[in-house]
Design a protein around this ligand. Structure first.
Ligand code: C2O
Ligand code: CU
Ligand code: CU
Length: 430
């Protein structure tokens, strides 16, 4: 924290090496280290500044995924940081406690930069959720889990995409926080897992090997109104969820990803990952566990619009070739929204393959999925949502940041292969 009370972070993107298999290393990229990046953490109301240094030999950006902030600070494709340069965005945290993340966003190269290892978590806290009886000891009973899929050619990363893979790269195995075949010792009765799907194309359907129920307490943009006991949790690339898992002394359970029944037709299921399953993380409970309080029945009131004040409706048709029939163009603004207003966005996928939809700067409410009220993990604050083929999502978004007619925010498919090839558009708030 500097003299005027600003919390300052240093992030240095740099090349590195890491050993995953066989005592040999692969080339990686990381923030401040060889691979991935440190967890950043700030309080609601706090001023933050991040000094982003690019120590790579090519330009990149760092985007604060899920953060409500001025467009100039967003780290999208218009805020490129040249090789060797430093960029210092700053803003005031003005949103509820949440599990956000950061990653590069250079247009056309985001997939490659993330696959090399550039990703990290950005956790926000606020006084209201600090008072709740949820596990909060970072790394002890409050555990960040960055889930990514990966393949190797010998000891080196292999990011080749199979000929049938129209969603992008799909790895043969998963890693958590950059570790293959991970396990985690648990010494508390309840653990909170902050799950981030930081994979570039793969969607997971998380659950436990003994089909136990767990409490979903938060989604992308923060806590739910009340916890939901669920057994499966689907997260597409970019989405997050916070869950609380209850353990019994001495037991073992495995967080898995299961085949998905809403992923697409038989072709998509088979060749694009819908049928795949993975052991993601084993939890190993100690013989004696510290008691934890029960999950609170009420968690708060999510700050997302309900759509009743919407002044405008927009439609977004998702195609691999582009959104609403247009591929991303850096010099074209696609949508102009008025500051301080609420809008309804409908997002439709009839493209025969899975897509998702992410909007910068805001957290939205999912009002309807194919005309029905959403359930489970679609009921919390969201910035990214899975849109399988044959689905129309109706979203309510409120744009209350500062106006900046000259700097666009992005909306896009977060399957990074699709994003890089043009499934992205730009909006400005005026
Ligand atoms: Cu996580 Cu526009 O990105
Ligand atoms: Cu984003
Ligand atoms: Cu897509």
């Amino acid at each position: 924290v500097d003299k005027d009370g600003t919390r300052v972070f240093d992030l240095r993107m740099r090349p590195g090496h890491k050993e995953f298999v066989d005592g040999r290393t692969t080339d990686t990229w990381g923030f401040n280290g060889d691979h991935l990046g440190p967890t950043l953490r700030a309080q609601r109301g706090e001023k933050v500044r991040v000094r982003v240094h690019n120590g790579l030999d090519e330009a990149s950006t760092v985007h604060w995924h899920g953060m409500h902030l001025p467009a100039k600070m967003d780290g999208g494709p218009h805020q490129m940081v040249a090789a060797g340069a430093t960029w210092s965005p700053h803003w005031t945290v003005d949103q509820p406690a949440a599990t956000l993340w950061y990653h590069p966003h250079p247009h056309g190269a985001t997939e490659r930069h993330v696959q090399r290892g550039l990703a990290g978590m950005f956790i926000l806290d606020d006084p209201a959720s600090d008072r709740l009886a949820l596990p909060t000891r970072y790394g002890i009973d409050d555990i960040p889990l960055i889930v990514q899929d990966v393949s190797f050619d010998g000891a080196a990363f292999d990011h080749g995409r199979g000929p049938m893979q129209n969603v992008g790269f799909l790895g043969e195995r998963t890693m958590v926080n950059g570790t293959l075949s991970p396990y985690r010792k648990v010494a508390d009765e309840r653990v909170r897992l902050r799950l981030l799907n930081a994979s570039t194309a793969r969607t997971y359907a998380f659950g436990f090997s003994d089909d136990r129920a767990f409490d979903l307490v938060g989604t992308d943009g923060g806590l739910l109104e009340r916890p939901a006991a669920i057994e499966r949790l689907q997260l597409s690339p970019g989405e997050r969820a916070e869950i609380v898992v209850t353990m019994r002394p001495g037991e073992r359970t495995v967080l898995r990803s299961y085949p998905q029944d809403n992923y697409g037709d038989a072709w998509q299921q088979r060749f694009n990952g819908g049928d795949d399953s993975f052991d993601v993380l084993q939890l190993r409970a100690a013989d004696r566990l510290r008691p934890s309080p029960g999950t609170p029945a009420e968690l708060g009131t999510p700050e997302v619009p309900d759509g009743t004040e919407a002044v405008k409706t927009r439609h977004f048709d998702l195609k691999r070739s582009g959104i609403n029939g247009r591929a991303m163009a850096m010099d074209r603004v696609d949508e102009i929204v008025t500051r301080g207003t609420t809008e309804i966005w409908t997002v439709r996928n009839t493209n025969g393959m899975p897509h998702n939809f992410h909007v910068h700067d805001v957290q939205f409410r999912v009002l309807e999925v194919n005309g029905e009220a959403p359930s489970g993990a679609l009921r919390g604050p969201k910035d990214t949502v899975f849109v399988p083929n044959g689905t129309t999502m109706k979203l309510a978004l409120r744009f209350d940041g500062p106006a900046d007619p000259n700097t666009p925010y992005m909306y896009h498919c977060h399957l990074l292969y699709h994003e890089d090839r043009g499934m992205m558009g730009q909006f400005v708030v005026v």
